[in-house]
Ligand binder design. Sequence first.
Ligand SMILES: Nc1ncnc2c1ncn2[C@@H]1O[C@H](COP(=O)(O)OP(=O)(O)O)[C@@H](O)[C@H]1O
Ligand SMILES: [Mg+2]
Length: 319
Amino acid sequence: MQGQGPGYPGGYGQPGPLSSGGQMAGGGPIQGGPMPGGSPPPASGPMPGGGPLHSGGPRPNDGSRVIPMVDARDVHKSFHHNEVLRGISMQIWRQEVVVLLGPSGSGKTTFLRCINHLEKINHGRIYVDGELIGYRELPNGELREDSEANIARKRAELGMVFQRFNLFPHLTALQNITEAPIRVRGVPRAQAEARARELLAKVGLADKADAYPNRLSGGQQQRVAIARALAMDPKLMLFDEPTSALDPELVGEVLKVMRQLAEEGMTMVVVTHEMGFAREVADRAIFIDGGVIVEQGRPTEMFANPREERTRAFLRKIL
Ligand SMILES: Nc1ncnc2c1ncn2[C@@H]1O[C@H](COP(=O)(O)OP(=O)(O)O)[C@@H](O)[C@H]1O
Ligand SMILES: [Mg+2]
């Protein structure tokens, strides 16, 4: 998001984002290494008015660079001849909550899936917390597909919550939550279960540990899914329309858990059309259309005063 200049400080009720990633000195490539095609990549979309949304927080005075939690650089992704992502560049800062908006088919899900390498990308790079995702870089700057073990290790650090809750139907809520910590991380069962009970309490489901998914409402299932993602202590949470499959009366209980996570300082990327949530919780909204970033800004400002006609047209439909 080169148009944004020196990064974007979270603020907006987040605990201490300025000191933990509010800006990125110079915006140059992280951790050295050549960027084929030169760096920085072209901006992924017009950012009329340009410039930082905020003049930025204090720079670290030790000369260190602040590494973004997500640094996507000119990401392109095609399915056959259909280019779905056409040069997405964005940086997401620690403890920042970013809402991705855009019409159906604009590439939002694809982009989230690229962040944890559920999709391979055709061009560009994605770094999470300074580590290249999906590939390793040879000394000559070429990229090679990363090993399965490395991909799995990096993916395990990211929590993903889908539109459909994707719980294992044959496992209880507790077992759904303990499964990955036990199997992937080798956490002792008793310890994993104790943590799972804490997480169930956190999402308001302390009494549902032994319930199977089919005995839980959609909102409860989605809260279990969030607890399951949290059980891996992710550094970043990706949400793909987490409430859009829910009956309207169940949306609030899921958003409440998400809001609480944001208040605790979790870095979150949320695809949602819940504009109230975006306004009240998100630090930044990014509008994507046709696989490019069309516009971004503080949600309150962008929703009240979109700069681009495409954004205006979209907001008219959903606000
Ligand atoms: N696995 C796939 N194979 C082929 N086309 C796909 C695949 N996944 C997504 N697409 C296409 O990519 C485009 C963007 O999809 P998606 O990222 O799901 O958009 P959004 O989440 O914004 O609605 C759509 O045209 C969709 O049909
Ligand atoms: Mg989608």
